[in-house]
Design a protein around this ligand. Structure first.
Ligand SMILES: NC(=O)c1ccc[n+]([C@@H]2O[C@H](COP(=O)([O-])OP(=O)(O)OC[C@H]3O[C@@H](n4cnc5c(N)ncnc54)[C@H](O)[C@@H]3O)[C@@H](O)[C@H]2O)c1
Length: 308
């Protein structure tokens, strides 16, 4: 298939590109490089440095594609609190411009990168796709809910094929966010640099960490879907954050001190996916255990010291 990936110079997009190419698909990337890295985009990709904001340019690039995987977004929660206008403009208006460009060029299939954050503080775990969406405590979360809603609206109004993938906690090699606010890369980088690990809630929160290659596989399986579908993408296994820290110490072979940051407003205690739906309907099954994934991620940061 001819696939256009928005945000394909980002962490997750760069892995999705590789898997698509390996499976024989043709890949076009649009990314404005506001947060991404051109050097992690596979050389076989047709790369365009452009923004979602430029609808005319989007239309000229989109023509002839079969499907869009829409990952372009600002993602940093703390920054969204400081810059709600920029986040709304970039994420929500950017998505609407993309959907309009798709409508105008007859490209009517989209796979959208959503997040477990749309569930807010879940009433129970594991979380299923039928559980209600929760109250959002930051602009980023609101933009993800709105982006989902616009995708659903284009299914209803214009007959688009829409698949929404709600990621739980992705991690893996190549995670180079600036600033990095995600737990695993920060824990690994601090340990390798022999500096204290900043930890909230004494690491008692429970998260469902999903390895990047397993996450990427879900996108490829969704390419052939028609209609409207929503899937959680998580391992169904909850890990305590402090236990992840201990595993990292064990793999690296030494410990560093913990910098106890106390409690943090807005944090959810436990997030674990039910992934029954995607397993049953798409035959998706995560292959990489947390131990194996952590080893691969540590190897990446060891061999890329400039990223730490
Ligand atoms: N990383 C996670 O933990 C996580 C969890 C849940 C959902 N998601 C979603 O997955 C997607 C990808 O996340 P990521 O971790 O790869 O983030 P990332 O920041 O590494 O990648 C996003 C990419 O989008 C690009 N971009 C942003 N705004 C753009 C615009 N207007 N036009 C063109 N390009 C633009 C950036 O330059 C960047 O390369 C996002 O939609 C994010 O909300 C990520």
């Amino acid at each position: 298939m001819k696939v256009l990936v928005t945000g394909g110079a980002g962490f997750i997009g760069s892995h999705v590109n590789k898997l698509l190419l390996n499976q024989g698909h043709q890949v076009t990337v649009i990314d404005d490089l506001s947060k991404g890295h051109k050097e992690i985009v596979d050389l076989k990709v047709d790369f365009h440095q452009t923004s979602l904001d430029d609808q005319q340019q989007l239309e000229s690039i989109l023509t002839g594609h079969d499907v869009v995987i829409h990952m372009a977004s600002y993602i940093e929660v703390g920054e969204s609190v400081k810059k709600p206008v920029e986040f709304s403009q970039n994420n929500i208006v950017g998505t609407v411009k993309l959907l309009e460009a798709m409508k105008n060029t007859g490209v009517k299939k989209i796979i959208f990168s959503s997040s477990a954050c749309v569930y807010g503080k879940p009433a129970k775990v594991p979380i299923t796709e039928n559980d209600s969406l929760g109250e959002q405590e930051n602009p980023y979360g609101i933009t993800k809910v709105a982006m989902e809603d616009f995708c659903k609206l284009y299914f209803t109004l214009h007959g688009f094929d829409v698949t929404i993938l709600r990621y739980f906690n992705p991690y893996g090699p190549g995670e180079l966010h600036q600033p990095e606010t995600h737990a695993i890369p920060n824990f690994i980088k601090s340990t390798l640099a022999k500096t204290p690990i900043p930890l909230f809630w004494k690491g008692e929160q429970i998260r469902d960490f999903i390895y990047i290659d397993d996450l990427a596989a879900a996108h490829v399986l969704a390419l052939s879907l028609t209609g409207l579908h929503i899937y959680n993408v998580g391992t169904e296994k909850g890990s305590k954050v402090i236990d992840v820290v201990k595993k990292i110490f064990e793999i690296i072979g030494y410990e560093v001190p913990i910098d106890d940051k106390g409690e943090r407003k807005g944090d959810v205690t436990t997030l674990v996916a039910s992934a029954k739906k995607i397993k049953q309907e798409l035959g998706w099954n995560p292959q990489i255990s947390l131990d194996e994934g952590l080893k691969k991620t540590i190897d990446f940061f060891r061999s890329h010291p400039s990223s730490t």
